[in-house]
Design a binder for this molecule. Structure first.
Ligand code: B1M
Length: 211
């Protein structure tokens, strides 16, 4: 079994205590950190999601897999992200109301931060009022970045963007959205300024939105 397959197997089985060492071993063996993330961890979460969909596993197993992935990301972080300066300005990031998924949002936050932004992370299940209040408390905010992982929280994303779009300061900020069920067409429809498919392209998008 390759080092990356070992990481994937541990994430899939939710072996949070062992995954850090496996990620380190993969790094030490010269594996590409981006590949460890994409193939070893995000790939494993895809398998977990499929098994959940097929009723082969249930919420507790998804939860432990998520915990294992987070432990792995902690070890990988210094190898993926670099040069956090905050020089490009503030980004407020959140997972929208009703949605508890934060792994993708955290990766996006990490990549945006390493691209040179200061990131204020409001967490998960964030009410629209809190997003609006955060921008008002940070009037130098450049971007509001919103994540939604469920088809059932796509309406929340629509509402959150509408809440921001209704503010007098709207022209001072850009709104970017993403998450597995989100598409460019949906982003356009709800009035966001940008959409990206994954964390790396989210960082590129953030830079282009302020550039
Ligand atoms: Co949930 N879950 N989950 N879950 N979960 C999914 C999303 C699901 C696809 C699984 C499935 O059925 N195949 C499914 C959604 C189906 C649908 O909407 N049609 C699902 C479901 C149904 C549910 C519950 C309803 C289950 C239940 O209770 N019956 C429930 C809902 C809870 C809630 O939110 N209210 C639920 C709960 C959970 C856990 C809490 C157990 C756990 C989350 C733990 C956590 O996040 N801390 C969990 C998990 C782990 C998953 C899967 C298995 C993995 C998610 C993940 O972290 N992926 C997921 C299946 C899957 O994704 N394959 C599933 C890895 C992550 C890196 O990818 O988040 O897509 P992702 O992020 C990517 C991109 O989307 C993008 O970049 C990221 C990095 O490349 N991106 C952005 C994300 N945000 C972005 C923002 C941007 C730009 C890009 O700009 C701002």
């Amino acid at each position: 079994m390759s080092k990356i397959d070992e990481v994937a197997a541990l994430v899939e089985k939710g072996k949070a205590k062992k995954v850090g060492a496996a990620v380190q071993a993969a790094i030490d063996a010269g594996c590409d950190p981006q590949e460890i993330l994409n193939v070893g961890m995000i790939g494993a979460m895809g398998v977990v999601g499929e098994k959940f969909k097929n009723n082969e596993i249930f919420v507790p197993e998804m939860l432990v897999a998520a915990k294992a992935m987070k432990m792995g990301v902690e070890v990988l972080k210094p190898h993926l992200a670099s040069g956090a300066t905050g020089a490009l300005g503030k980004v407020i990031i959140a997972t929208v109301a009703g949605d508890l998924h934060d792994i993708g949002k955290n990766l996006v936050a990490m990549m945006i931060e390493s691209a040179g932004f200061e990131v204020i992370d409001l967490g998960v299940d964030v009410p629209n009022e809190k997003i609006v209040a955060a921008v008002e408390e940070n009037p130098d905010t450049k971007i509001v970045a919103l994540s939604a992982l469920l088809t059932t929280t796509m309406p929340s994303l629509r509402d959150a963007v509408a809440a921001v779009n209704g503010q007098p300061w709207r022209s001072n900020v850009k709104v970017m959205v993403g998450g597995a069920p989100i598409t460019q067409a949906f982003a356009d429809e709800i009035g966001a300024d940008g959409y990206s498919e994954d964390a790396a392209s989210a960082a590129e998008l953030a830079k282009s939105l302020v550039g």
